[in-house]
Design a protein around this ligand. Structure first.
Ligand SMILES: [Zn+2]
Length: 180
């Protein structure tokens, strides 16, 4: 994936605004994620918000959701594509609420480093479980995803003890990351 100079320049501005050091762009453990050229609307998410994915990821997600349903397992979207400005705003909000940058960056990737920028990543929810909590790993949906997610091209990006030093995220799955 080519990362253009103009994209890096935009990231520098957003990072500076958040107090992220300039060296971070080249020293972050996470791969830099580009925004896609094409995105399409998915179904509304659990909160009735519009969401977008790249067409291939949306097709795979729809198939996976139907396959789960056929096995009696309900999965739904909590979040999909987010642009770099949105990522900045999420972090800025937490900074304003008093969290330290370091603690925020262990759970929210800095702008440019979130897989949600690619339009391939989904945060998945299920019935009877709060959104985006580790307890998701105890649900039928998670058991089902562990067996079947890869068949549909989805991989859990941040397992326990991942090399990116991002907290364990059993709910976060990405479509066909082939660079790891
Ligand atoms: Zn996620």
């Amino acid at each position: 994936m080519t990362i253009s100079d103009s994209y890096r320049a935009k990231l520098s501005v957003l990072h500076k605004a958040l107090g992220i050091p300039e060296s971070f762009l080249d020293s972050c453990n996470l791969p830099l994620c580009a925004e896609p050229e094409e995105l399409i609307a998915t179904e509304l998410d659990f909160y009735n918000r519009p969401q977008r994915l790249i067409p291939e990821a949306f097709a795979a997600w729809s198939e996976m959701k139907s396959a789960a349903q056929q096995d009696g397992v309900t999965i739904f979207l909590i979040s999909a594509f987010r642009d770099i400005q949105h990522q900045h705003d999420l972090i800025a909000k937490k900074l304003n609420q008093g969290s330290s940058l370091e603690s925020i960056l262990s759970v929210n990737a800095a702008p440019g480093f979130s897989e949600h920028h690619t339009g391939r990543a989904v945060d998945i929810g299920t019935l009877g479980c709060d959104a985006l909590v580790e307890a998701f790993e105890q649900t039928n949906a998670f058991q089902w995803l562990q067996v079947n997610g890869n068949k549909h091209g989805f991989f859990m990006s941040y397992p326990r003890g991942n090399k990116f030093e991002i907290d364990y995220e059993p709910w976060h799955w990405c479509f066909c990351r082939d660079d790891k």
